[in-house]
Design a protein around this ligand. Structure first.
Ligand code: NDP
Length: 260
């Protein structure tokens, strides 16, 4: 007999940035474990393609065009998701962008604001609307929920030429801890995931860079790039009742890179 808590049937998981990369990797695994899925992305064509991929896994899927840096879109998006799916049990604030700069002194204020708008404002708006729904649901007698912020190793290691990005990721960890403490009374838990080097569109430049292949990837003890699928197991666990006493932590998924 299968270990029942990993069965996500009857649960709804919402993944921002769920139309590709790490977000889609997590969404696919949760769908395969039985969860109905909501994905948000800003690009309608990518949303449609991912919606078709996920629907083929046999669960209910809703794809929404939501720019997470836009407060009104996030508020309306969450209301629409809850109305369409009946409830939302877990929310993965995963959408992010990765602008760096040739050097810190050359980092423009425009880049700084752009990165903060998506990676920090976006997580704030998303988690706040998720909490609004989960608190209301708990007060109506149906407590519970799992919130996940996708941060980065950049939050805890020195990410040269990525000061704005690193600052947003450190902030995600801090916000998640605050949310975790405040919402435990509603049965809601919150954790941060810190990916290492993962082969997605975000790292396309590094994947094609010979120096990176020679100097960085050999320092990953697992001796390979991470893949979006490497986040499936953690997503299923965090969305499931198996993690009901697990809150406020930072979960590193990096093939051992940060401890080598
Ligand atoms: P990708 O570039 O592959 O995907 C980014 C996702 O975010 C897309 O689905 C994109 O959808 C969505 N997105 C971007 N901007 C917005 C926006 N304004 N509103 C809504 N959705 C948006 O990135 P990854 O999968 O690699 O990254 C996912 C998360 O993991 C990010 O937070 C990233 O910082 C983090 N991370 C990634 C690492 C890596 O090595 N890849 C390492 C450490 C952390 P659309 O195009 O439709 O907008």
């Amino acid at each position: 007999m299968a270990y029942a808590p990993f069965n996500l049937s009857g649960k709804v998981a919402l993944v921002t940035g769920g139309n590709r990369g790490i977000g889609l990797g997590m969404a696919k695994a949760m769908a395969q474990a039985g969860a109905d899925i909501v994905i948000w992305g800003s690009n309608p064509e990518r949303n449609l393609a991912a919606e078709q991929t996920l629907t083929a896994l046999g669960v209910r899927v809703k794809a929404q065009t939501v720019d997470v840096s836009d407060e009104a879109q996030v508020r309306e998006g969450m209301e629409e998701a809850v109305a369409a799916m009946g409830r939302v049990d877990s929310v993965f604030a995963n959408a992010g962008i990765g602008y760096g700069s040739p050097s810190f002194v050359d980092m423009s204020t425009e880049v700084y604001r752009k990165v903060l708008a998506v990676n920090l404002d976006g997580v704030f708006f998303t988690l706040r609307e998720a909490c609004r729904h989960m608190v209301e649901r708990a007060k109506a007698g149906d407590p519970g929920g799992s919130l996940v912020g996708v941060a980065s190793l950049a939050a805890i290691e020195g990410a040269a030429r990525n000061e704005a990005y690193a600052a947003t990721k450190g902030a995600v960890i801090s916000m998640i801890k605050s949310v975790a403490v405040e919402h435990a009374r509603y049965g809601v838990r919150a954790n941060a995931i810190l990916p290492g080097w993962i082969a997605t569109d975000m790292t396309a430049g590094a994947q094609g860079n010979a120096a990176f292949a020679e100097k960085v990837i050999p320092r990953v003890p697992a001796r390979r790039w991470g893949e979006p699928e490497d986040f499936g197991g953690m997503a299923v666990y965090l969305a499931s009742d198996a993690s009901s006493y697990h809150s406020g932590t930072t979960l590193v998924i990096d093939g051992g890179y940060s401890i080598f």
